[in-house]
Ligand binder design. Structure first.
Ligand code: GLN
Length: 608
């Protein structure tokens, strides 16, 4: 059996250096060289998973097909590598301790003193070896390379057992099978404009003191490192100067794999991993084209995100990425206006008139409105007002999870006249519960007890926008994360009043997709399609929202109807090719059709 190769990515000096993006980009670069890549993210906190952590503090909770609630970095891996990871690809201290303590209770260590070394450290190594073998790219058999990202910064108390385990692990898998890339910071002091190497020297010294030696340094800095700075780092950190890579500031993260390629990071990695035969030019043509197109966009599309955590964009990272993928497909520069939901409410008008006015101004100047998922009642009334505004003023609207529930509440209140209609999440004693707690949920255990992960939605109405955007498929699989659902008892009345329930689960009792048919674009979904959007394959309903927001929805839907025609046009290809070689879109409708084509067929596409 071939041996798995491991790449460990650690971080030094400060947090927030973009270690996750660097690790994903390394994975993408290797994939572009023809290798199959998987990844593991280690989070040295005690929570079992990210499900119970606040998006305020930690950014969004990313949801996997298997229902794993994980760190948002796994989202970056899935998007960059176009893979589907499992919950075990995210290791936390909590998970490892739980595993060891369960074994202890079962009596697996009978007679022994259970200790961090060797029991925890062994468990970490076994976990890595086991999970690295799980195929994540839809092909059979394990990947060639596993990229492991160690969260936190070298020197953190929390990560010590992991560092110890990884030191042992590098020895165990042996030279030629383990490559350590240390991501560090080279600050530039404004006064003298000098690139400072000392912080990196210190963090590498810390790493070596813990038994790990870096093979490659990836230095974040504002500009490319001077040769003498690389020499200095090489001398003090014992890394060849050609293996000191600069990740200088770039306009968007899609540039990072290109930066790594330009500095021949793949060759440095292949040298360490003893893979000389593979070191050919990475094929990143499609990626490069997309990145250049993205850089060159100037016509704007404004989408208002009406949410609770508007102060920290990472709280809605996948939603942002899905909007970006869709905007690039529509050849528009995405502008997101963050509207704090509670600022739209009447109370804010009384307490803080300026904030109220500012929020409404943003909402009213948007080309499209998106209400994302959320928990708890803060800002719900503001979200309801945003949904009402979009419905009544025929502004393209997309509601996700709580966003859909809010749209249902709004419809029941405004159209059915049930002024106290509500979700039992916000008003347990409402006389008109139109969103209710799901019978299979748990009210006492919070962690991992929601309806989570990939579930099937069947389309019941075939002549509607959502189904067309999904390529006229009879069913789709999307990821879920919710405790509440639309009350099936009220569905009939809502339907009679003009709200269409176009998608349901297999029982026909759980509402998955709503649509207002005579509105330009008013769609809500109980699932989270943002988690499966990819740079080259924008998620269908995000594409619909952005296309509607910039007046391209009809072309998109028509393009879809003539998909067969498009198919052969693309097969012949020359006209399309010309469009892309020029680097900008001369035929937007064509391009969007291509986007749909690639989306429906699960192909990668040179367009977006
Ligand atoms: N709070 C709602 C529920 O639990 C919505 C959840 C969400 O938006 N992810 O059903």
């Amino acid at each position: 059996m071939k041996k798995m190769k491991y790449i460990l990515v650690t971080g030094g000096v400060v947090s927030g250096l973009g270690k996750g993006v660097t690790a994903s980009s390394i994975g993408l670069l290797l994939k572009a060289c023809g290798l199959r890549v998987t990844s593991i993210k280690i989070d040295p906190y005690l929570n079992s998973d990210a499900g119970t952590m606040s998006p305020f503090e930690h950014g969004e909770v990313f949801v996997l097909d298997d229902g794993g609630e994980v760190d948002l970095d796994l989202g970056n891996y899935e998007r960059f590598l176009d893979v589907k990871l499992t919950r075990d690809n995210n290791i936390t201290t909590g998970k490892i301790y739980q595993y060891v303590l369960d074994k202890e209770r079962r009596g697996d260590y009978l007679g022994k003193t259970v200790q961090v070394v060797p029991h925890i450290t062994d468990a970490i190594q076994e976990w890595i070896e086991r999970v690295a073998m799980i195929p994540v790219d839809g092909k059979e058999g394990p990947a060639d390379v596993c990229v492991i990202e160690l969260g936190g910064t070298i020197g953190d108390i929390e990560s010590m057992p992991f560092i110890e385990a990884l030191g042992q692990f590098s020895y165990r898998v042996g030279a030629g099978n383990f490559c350590l890339i240390h991501v560090s910071l080279v600050p530039v002091l404004n006064v003298v404009g000098e690139q400072k190497t000392k912080p990196t020297q210190h963090s590498v010294r810390g790493l070596r003191g813990l038994g790990l030696t870096p093979n490659i340094l990836a230095c974040r800095s504002t500009m490319a490192l001077d040769d003498n700075v690389k020499e200095k780092l090489s001398q003090f950190c014992h890394v060849p100067a050609e293996d000191v890579i600069t990740l200088y500031d770039v306009p968007n993260i899609w540039h990072v794999p290109l930066l790594l390629r330009d500095q021949k990071a793949h060759e440095a990695i292949f040298k360490v991993l003893n893979l000389p035969g593979i070191a050919k030019e990475p094929s990143l043509k499609e990626w490069t084209t997309r990145t250049e197109i993205c850089d060159g966009l100037h016509e704007r599309v404004r989408i208002a995100i009406v949410g609770k955590y508007t102060g920290l964009p990472d709280s809605y990272l996948s939603v942002l990425k899905a909007l970006l993928h869709a905007s690039v497909a529509c050849r528009k520069k995405l502008v997101v206006d963050w509207v704090p939901a509670s600022d739209l409410e009447d109370m804010t008008e009384i307490e803080n008139l300026d904030a109220y006015k500012a929020a409404w101004k943003l909402l009213k100047s948007a080309d499209g409105v998106l209400v994302p998922g959320g928990f708890g009642d803060r800002g719900v009334q503001g979200k309801i007002l945003a949904a009402k505004y979009a419905r009544e003023n025929r502004i393209p609207f997309f509601g996700i999870c709580l966003g859909m529930q809010v749209a249902v509440i709004e419809f029941a209140r405004s159209v059915l006249g049930l002024t106290d209609a509500n979700s039992t999440e916000f008003d347990p004693s409402t006389r008109n519960p139109c969103v209710i707690f799901m019978p299979e949920g748990s009210k006492t255990q919070m962690g991992g007890t929601m309806r989570l992960g990939s579930r099937r939605t069947y389309f019941e109405v075939m002549d509607c926008k959502s189904v067309k955007l999904y390529g006229n498929r009879r069913y789709i699989d999307e990821r879920h994360r919710h405790r509440y659902e639309v009350n099936p008892d009220i569905v009939g009345r809502l339907e009679n009043a003009g709200l269409s329930f176009t998608g349901k689960d297999e029982s026909g009792q759980r509402m998955e997709v709503i649509e207002v048919p005579d509105h330009p674009y008013y769609i809500g979904v109980q699932f989270h399609p943002e988690f499966k959007s990819r740079p080259g394959k924008p998620s269908a309903l995000f594409l619909g929202l952005v296309a509607a927001a910039c007046g391209q929805l009809d072309a998109l839907l028509q393009g879809f109807e003539s998909r067969e025609k498009v198919n052969c046009e693309i097969g012949n290809g020359p006209s399309n090719k010309k469009v892309y070689q020029n680097g900008y879109a001369t035929k937007p409708a064509n391009i969007i059709r291509d986007a749909i084509y690639s989306y429906c067929n699960g192909l990668s596409c040179t367009v977006i």
